[in-house]
Design a protein around this ligand. Structure first.
Ligand code: FES
Ligand code: FES
Length: 161
């Protein structure tokens, strides 16, 4: 199949590649760029393990073709911490609240939380549960994840952001 040129900005850097038109975005990230923090759990748009940000909105990267992300901006879990290694506040909160066990769902869960609080910083528990409804976790029972996200929402409120 004839390859197509794409330019996708991933974690702040342009990535130029020639890809097959049928290549999924998740495979582009993992196989072309080596960003294996984006996980594949189901490949059928159910689990949310493959969640990334597309122009700031959380999407399931197994449901999008790489060519559909051409000239768009993607953030993966690898792009959240600063270059100096300082974790994003959501990552800090997951650590503090023990919001992960095996960690398989965590990158997608964290990115959904980042998108949720960017859109709605004053999210209460109900909104948080709704915001992460597309991300499945087999380990934690969700409560500690909700606690972590709520903690950051509170911090943002206190800081007036
Ligand atoms: Fe994409 Fe499960 S791998 S939703
Ligand atoms: Fe194991 Fe969520 S921590 S699936």
């Amino acid at each position: 199949m004839e390859k197509v040129k794409v330019r996708i900005k991933v974690n702040g850097s342009d990535s130029d590649r020639e890809v097959e038109p049928r290549l999924l975005l998740v495979s582009f990230l993992r196989d072309e760029l080596g960003l294996t923090g984006t996980h594949i759990g189901c490949d059928t748009s159910h689990c949310g393990a493959c969640t990334v940000l597309l122009d700031g909105r959380n999407i399931k990267s197994c449901t999008l073709l790489a060519v559909q992300a051409d000239e768009r901006e993607i953030t993966t879990i690898e792009g959240l911490a600063t270059a100096q290694g300082k974790l994003h506040p959501i990552q800090e909160a997951f650590w503090k609240h023990h919001a992960l066990q095996c960690g398989f769902c965590t990158p997608g869960m964290v990115l959904s939380a980042v998108a949720l609080l960017a859109q709605n910083p004053t999210s209460d528990e109900e909104k948080i549960r709704h915001g992460i409804a597309g991300n499945l976790c087999r380990c934690t029972g969700y409560q500690f994840i909700v606690d972590a996200i709520q903690d950051v929402a509170r911090q943002m409120k206190d800081a007036g952001t």
